[in-house]
Design a protein around this ligand. Structure first.
Ligand code: TPP
Length: 561
């Protein structure tokens, strides 16, 4: 059977079960688009290639499948880089297809040629330049395996035009053998036994969970471990939802904008069971003062992330879900004693921290951003998928919307990309058409990919955008207020569009609240609409996110208000 590269690509995508591709066409991918149109794979035409990757990212996180994008060479390819770097840092499985100039022109500075494989080498899990049509089927298979297995991540495949258009006799690829790539899923049991011993002896344990728990679908096992050991749980930003935010053992988020009690616990605990985390500097603060009294057990599928930033007593390499399951089984065989009694002093101490310094704000005559997020939580009963932009809006979403389930909080954690939330919401909404999907946004960030309103409208996606409009690049302004004597340089955002009119211009619904009493009615109206909606909330301009750990300080030294 003779097939062109483009036809082989479609065959492989179908075999991988791909049903949705986010993309933007161009000259060197016309052959591929022509074949794509003959399949039942849904193509979502975004308005900017960065958004294609964020949308694939949101789709992957909400669905648990691999997200896929397709863009052209040169500018199309370079426009994807921010999205790829974000997915890489957050370990999100996506496969990005970029067009490339014909093989004989590569290296000639041909029209719209860039070395995208070179450019993305440091921010992809793996990438390929396909030089022969004969290699394409195998490479696509490998790419999907690499993206989704072990520690997931983005894989890029660069497709020269002649590779897509040349017809060859198709042979199905042999069984894929990736010789130097063998992720370790099952942990070393001796290491786990050491963890059990530490758990038995601990007086003041905590569990610190991250995005790895969400990615491995290990929430149930994590919750079981916490209940079994009566160890309170904190999460990184990426881990939110891995443990129920309404559980009595929940401490709140840890780190720069973590809760007082979570940060104090990390300073005081004698055992930290860290699962699927990478000890990012936004979590640890000053590393040599992080968890100074604790023995740390670190469970992670990626051996290179263990001991990278923080010394660890017991390293355990393995899939989080599998490892937590085995740990729970080992603990079932142990006599852990009367844990309620054993933990009393520790849990009492935490209760004291919790009640003396809770997250708090006072809603007076100007809308507080925290109030908007809390109302959103109340009205949605925590059932919405929340995406965020980056900045204060992201932190208030993390602090005031309580996540009880995994895969419901989608945020650019590692790279912190403004402009992530709207395209990610589009991806999540396509993955979960029946769910309510809300992008919590800042007025600055939303303007970075606002053009995706057209995409949402084109595909009839009822995504909701909640703009916490402080007319500032708020998070940077906060740093200027606290550490630069209020010199607000380049952070004023007074010259914004009228977001209500902008929504209307895109054919969406626009709503605005300027007074506290308007918050609830606007949310009710916006959330119940079947349309794409922007809700613009004029919030207190100089509100700050607290607690806050100044960059590089120990995380127990927080500014509280
Ligand atoms: C693409 C990009 N550029 C710059 C930054 C730096 N940055 C981080 S937060 C922030 C302010 C965001 O402002 P806004 O979206 O209005 O949200 P707010 O903090 O006011 O909620 C900026 C500029 C970034 N994270 N991403």
């Amino acid at each position: 059977m003779k097939l062109t590269g483009a036809q082989i690509l479609m065959k492989m995508l179908k075999e991988e079960g791909v049903d949705t591709i986010f993309g933007f066409p161009g000259g060197v991918v016309i052959d591929i688009y022509d074949e794509l149109a003959k399949t039942d794979i849904r193509h979502i035409l975004v308005r900017h290639e960065q958004a294609a990757v964020h949308a694939a990212d949101g789709y992957a996180r909400a669905s648990g499948k691999v997200g896929v994008c397709l863009v052209t060479s040169g500018p199309g390819a370079t426009n994807t880089v921010t999205g790829i770097a974000s997915a890489y840092m957050d370990s999100i499985p996506i496969v990005i297809f970029t067009g490339q100039v014909p093989t004989h022109l590569i290296g000639n500075d041909a029209f719209q040629e860039v070395d995208i494989v070179g450019i993305t080498r440091p921010c992809t899990k793996h990438n390929y330049l396909v030089k022969r049509t004969e290699d394409l089927a195998r490479i696509v298979k490998e790419a999907f395996i690499i993206a989704a297995s072990g520690r997931p991540g983005p894989v890029l495949i660069d497709l020269p035009k002649d590779v897509s258009s040349t017809a060859i006799t198709y042979k199905a690829p042999q069984k894929i053998e990736l010789k130097s790539y063998k992720p370790t899923y099952s942990p070393n049991m001796n290491q786990l036994q050491k963890a059990v011993k530490l758990i038995k002896n601990a007086k003041k344990p905590i569990i610190f969970a991250g995005g790895g728990v969400v990615l491995s679908r290990g929430s149930k096992e994590l919750t079981e471990l916490a209940h079994k050991t009566q160890a309170p749980v904190t999460c990184s930003l990426m881990g939110l939802g891995a443990f129920p935010g309404t559980d009595p053992l929940w401490l709140g988020m840890i780190g720069m904008h973590g809760t007082y009690r979570a940060n104090m616990c990390s300073g005081d605990c004698d055992l930290m069971i860290a699962v699927g985390v990478r000890f990012d500097d936004r979590v640890t603060g000053k590393t040599d003062t992080f968890a100074p009294n604790a023995k740390i057990v670190h469970i992670d599928i990626d051996p290179t992330s263990i001991r990278k930033n923080i010394p660890v007593a017991v390293p355990v390499v393995g899939d989080c879900k599998t490892t937590l399951g085995l740990l729970n089984k080992l603990l079932d065989k142990e006599d852990l004693g009367d844990l309620k009694k054993k933990r009393k002093t520790w849990l009492d101490q935490i209760e004291k921290w919790k009640s003396t310094t809770p997250l708090a704000y006072k809603q007076k005559n100007i809308i507080k951003p925290q109030y908007v997020v809390e109302k959103l939580y109340e009205l949605t009963k925590g059932n919405a998928i929340i995406t965020t932009e980056v900045g204060q809006n992201q932190m208030w979403a993390a602090q005031y919307y309580h996540f009880n389930k995994p895969n419901h909080f989608i945020t650019s954690g590692g790279l912190g990309v403004m402009g992530f939330g709207l395209p990610a919401a589009i991806g999540a909404q396509l993955a979960c058409p029946k769910k309510l999907v809300v992008d919590i946004a800042g007025d600055g960030s939303i303007q970075m990919n606002i053009q995706e309103m057209a995409t949402a409208k084109q595909y009839g996606l009822p995504v909701k955008i909640v703009i916490l409009n402080n007319q500032y690049l708020g998070m940077v302004r906060q740093w200027q207020e606290l550490f630069y004597d209020k010199r607000y340089t380049a952070t004023g955002m007074e010259h914004a569009p009228d977001f209500v009119k902008l929504a209307e211009a895109y054919g969406a619904l626009g709503l605005r609240a300027t007074k506290p009493e308007e918050v609830e009615p606007v949310l009710i109206k916006g959330l119940s609409s079947p349309r794409t909606v922007i809700m613009d909330f004029a919030v207190e301009r100089e509100e700050c996110v607290y607690p806050m750990v100044p960059a590089g300080a120990p995380i127990t030294e927080m500014l509280l208000a």
